[in-house]
Design a protein around this ligand. Sequence first.
Ligand SMILES: [Zn+2]
Length: 149
Amino acid sequence: MSERWFPDEMPVPGVNAETNGWWEAASRHRLVVQRCTACGATRHPPGPICPQCRSTASEWLDLRGTGTVFTFTVVRQAFIPSLAEQLPYVVIAVELDGAEGARIVSNLIDIEPCDVSIGMHVEVVWEDMGPQLAVPRFRATTDAKGARG
Ligand SMILES: [Zn+2]
């Protein structure tokens, strides 16, 4: 069972040869980042070559799904008409726990924009957009307020 926060028209990144493994993990509600098996550097979004050492060898590192808001913005204009009912909504960059610096851009849901702050703690929630397509969104954790400076 999965909640929905955005309509089907909400754009999702395209799947290609480099990102297919990431989306396959996501479809099973596993949040992963790509890690170079030569030097250990993590990266997101996935790509064919390590930007640190140029190795093409990589693996998927499973994450707990928790993290910290690195930065955010509030969307107040519906560039896609069917998103008008979602306004305003929050776009965040999350510094993922255990990802060794890799960040993901997503949405923070179930929160008023005025309550969002950099450094607050968040955790992943999965939105099943289709039978094979799950998109990670994030929600403030119960201790999120304690993280505010
Ligand atoms: Zn590397």
